[in-house]
Design a protein. Structure first.
Length: 175
């Protein structure tokens, strides 16, 4: 083949409500590639939803499971990989992403403003970090993490107002 490095074709990062899962599936359709999502991997390993992991075991335990899921997926998943919004907080994950980028890997930051993210995240209880005041909590998370998303990414796509298929085209054009 063309000598592409092993591992994912593209890794998607960004805050909750940026469309990582839906855009991941749009890219998977477009490229006919398998799509993997570390939130789902963690839930499968733990045998329960993320909200229950936070309540029963705490965020540090969730982050440890998430780190393991990310490193495994970076090593073995040939396709599209969507990371949980906070996965980049772990130093091991940032180090593994640096290795992946150094081998030519693409990391896309799906950027989004609160106005567009809020309707996607505001009405369910599945994201423990947003409970109480989802809008304020989302804004605080995004403010703290934006520099990290920018640091790990090789491409940033502003998704406001775009349908998942349009974001997929923008990602493809930017790679
Ligand atoms: C989190 C985002 C969630 C999930 C967990 C923590 C975060 O994933 O991993 O609730 O810290 O931003 P999504 O980004 O897919 O919502």
């Amino acid at each position: 083949g063309a000598g592409r490095a092993p591992g994912p074709r593209v890794v998607l990062v960004g805050p909750p409500g940026s469309g990582k899962s839906t855009v991941g599936h749009a890219l998977g359709e477009r490229w006919q590639l398998a799509v993997r999502d570390t939130d789902a991997d963690v839930e499968r390993v733990a045998g329960k939803p993320i909200a229950e992991i936070f309540v029963d075991d705490g965020e540090p335990h969730f982050r440890a499971l998430e780190r393991d899921a990310v490193l495994a997926a970076l090593a073995e998943h040939d396709g599209v990989l969507a990371l949980g919004g906070g996965a980049v907080l772990h130093a091991d994950t940032r180090a593994a992403l640096a290795v992946y980028r150094a081998r030519g890997g693409a990391v896309v930051f799906l950027d989004v403003t609160l106005a567009h993210a809020a309707p996607r995240v505001g009405f369910n209880q599945s994201r423990p970090l947003l409970l109480g005041n989802p809008r304020a909590r989302w804004q605080a998370l995004m403010e703290a993490r934006r520099p990290v998303y920018e640091e790990v990414a090789t491409l940033r796509v502003l998704t406001d107002g775009l349908r998942p298929a349009d974001v997929a085209v923008a990602v493809e054009d930017g790679l």
